[in-house]
Design a protein around this ligand. Structure first.
Ligand code: 6R9
Length: 586
């Protein structure tokens, strides 16, 4: 196995990788020590924002750049750790002035802006729960999440408010305040909203961090399951311990390095590694406000002298498609580590990294529920192309087989099973909001079952096989078929809908919808585009189906559930599997 590893780039002179010897690190690592390494002591209080900002300022990082925001035109906004601290303090005070009680959830629907960072970290500092919403969502997914999350304060822009929130506001009983980040001071404030900038001006810039503890809920991230509405995953302040430890062990971040995580803060990666973990390491974050564009990305990597880059397979495949001439228009002498997450990273993409940048991409695996990286290819160990890597120190991971009598650890390197993790790491989710049964159902015989299928080879490397459920991962976004089907069924011509993921060379999976029409309705092209338009308006273009097919009768089980798995098998020409529960079978 060792021969097939591709070495990563060596650490520059004067710097040592945080993890040099994997086996030794596994033997000696403990989460207790990781907590002490981060906080410097045994204070029973723990607050994510305090660790990310205040402690950095205390240690003398105040004048260093915490983040550089690059706007569409290429203008830069630089914010130091001290400036970020004052902004967050103001926002924490603003929440108090609005009489929002501690613990109440605050959400953002914002682009990748400095305000988003201020609200996220200010909310945590105040001891409130922060919930990021993906800004490309349409009104329907936003309504669902704002309602399920009992969100009391929403911070958004005037444009997003008018387009996506004004129409659903009446349905959001818990929502007490909407704060508007105005693009320019002359922009009119929508009725029933408050000016964010004015509120910040009135607030004091000193604030004593709320005395939160390891077990207090800090973050609410929505994720998707096969059935039912999205699940609100809660992470506690202790998550910062694992996010910090993995930012060192896996991303190998060192103080004052330039780090670019391309994930949107609407999803867990954009918060855990686009913000929290790396700030606790004292780096400078690069935040690009523009959408993906190969030339722009290469320019950022080169001109900002990015040292460590954390991105996603879809983006890598898009860069591959754009061609090496674009890559070669710049040089990247400072870039020393490239990593990826969110979807399977194919071996070709890893090897393309070597061709394009002289170093492989390091795959990492984790989930919203795990709160931090669990499986990884480590910088000092070399990369096994096509494999997700090995368990992070402090993490016990295995491939499990479900049997009648419970779960068993699979020992054969050929056998495929479900990824299981032993609870006990600090960023493990503390619950599914308002759904303790579903939470309990994720654990069996002392293991958390992740819902992903994998193999584990003799050297302990995990190889991703697929999802154990019907959830779709398209361009790194987790999509719930149920949520899309519900939106499609709101169209007056649609009787039933079923949504599946079909392989896509760039996005990994693309969303395809099958629609059964009401009996009086005739299928034609105009109706197809009308339904597509309806889905895009409700859901947002980023999660709407790409393709809609009309179906006369969707396959159902005898109990009336649509068999997405069978639709998918038929679509892809795969074996149809066990059909004994199919409706209409003898
Ligand atoms: C961080 C994040 C989690 C699901 C996960 C799996 C897929 C993540 C992967 C991967 C193959 C990898 N996934 N990393 N699949 N290789 N390296 O993405 O969280 O949005 O909750 O998605 O993403 O299916 O279960 P989340």
């Amino acid at each position: 196995m060792a021969e097939s590893r591709i070495p990563g780039r060596a650490a520059p002179r004067g710097m040592t990788h945080h993890l040099l010897d994997y086996e030794a690190a596994r033997r000696t690592f403990t989460w207790e020590n990781a907590r002490i390494a981060l906080t410097g002591g045994s204070d029973p209080r723990l607050n994510i924002a305090y660790e990310a900002i205040d402690r950095r300022v205390q240690r003398g990082y105040g004048v260093w750049l915490a983040a550089r925001f690059i706007d569409r035109a290429g203008n830069r906004l630089d914010i130091t750790y001290s400036q970020l601290q004052s902004r967050c303090n103001r926002f924490a005070n603003a929440l108090r002035s609005l009489e929002i009680p501690r613990g109440a959830p605050v959400a953002t629907l914002l682009g990748r802006s400095a305000e988003l960072f201020t609200v996220a970290l200010g909310t945590l500092k105040a001891g409130n729960v922060f919930c990021p919403l993906f800004s490309a969502f349409g009104p329907e997914p936003l309504k669902t999440r704002l309602a399920l999350g009992h969100i009391q304060v929403l911070v958004t822009s005037g444009a997003f408010y008018r387009r996506k929130v004004a129409g659903i506001r009446a349905a959001l009983g818990a929502l007490r305040h909407v704060l508007i980040v105005r693009e320019d001071p002359h922009e009119e404030l929508p009725e029933g909203t408050t000016d964010f900038a004015e509120l910040m001006r009135q607030a004091s810039d000193s604030y004593e961090t709320a005395p939160t503890h390891d077990t207090d809920v800090a973050l609410l991230h929505f994720t998707s399951g096969t059935t039912g509405m999205p699940k609100g995953v809660t992470l506690t302040h202790a998550a910062v311990i694992a996010q910090h430890a993995t930012s060192e062990l896996v991303l190998d971040l060192h103080p004052q390095e330039v780090f670019w995580c391309t994930a949107d803060p609407g999803w867990v990666t954009g918060i855990a590694y686009g913000m929290i973990g790396p700030l606790t390491c004292g780096v400078t974050l690069i935040v690009d406000q523009e959408e993906f564009d190969p030339q722009r990305w290469y320019r950022i990597l080169a001109e900002e002298r990015v040292n460590v880059w954390y991105t996603a397979p879809t983006a890598i495949r898009m860069l591959m498609k754009a061609g090496l001439e674009l890559t070669r228009a710049h040089r990247y002498p400072e870039l020393r580590l490239m990593a990826s997450v969110g979807e399977p990273l194919n071996a070709e993409a890893v090897l393309w990294g070597v061709e394009a940048f002289g170093q492989p991409f390091h795959d990492t695996w984790w989930q919203t529920e795990t709160g931090a990286i669990m499986i990884a290819n480590f910088p000092a160990c070399g990369v096994v192309p096509g494999s997700m890597g090995r368990a992070v120190p402090g993490i016990e991971a295995a491939v499990l087989r479900r049997t009648e009598r419970g779960v068993q650890v699979v020992s054969s390197p050929e056998e495929v099973g479900e990824i299981g993790l032993r609870p006990g790491w600090p960023s493990m989710f503390s619950g599914y909001l308002d759904n303790p049964e579903r939470y309990r159902a994720s654990f069996h015989d002392g293991w958390y079952l992740a819902g992903d299928l994998a193999r584990r080879d003799r050297d302990g490397y995990f190889w991703f096989i697929g999802r154990a459920d019907d959830v779709i991962k398209s361009a790194g976004h987790l999509i719930s078929p149920f949520e899309l089907e519900s939106a499609l069924m709101q169209h007056p011509a649609v009787a039933q809908a079923a949504v599946i993921g079909i392989p896509d060379p760039i996005a990994g999976e693309a969303v395809k919808a099958f629609v059964e029409l009401k009996s009086a309705v005739a299928p034609d092209e105009a109706l197809r585009s009308a339904i597509l338009g309806h889905a895009r308006r409700l859901l947002g273009a980023a999660v709407a189906p790409r393709e809609i097919a009309f179906s006369e009768a969707l396959p159902r089980t005898r109990s009336g559930k649509i068999m997405r798995r069978l639709l998918r098998a038929r679509e892809l020409g795969l074996p149809e599997g066990d059909l004994s529960t199919l409706e209409g079978r003898p």
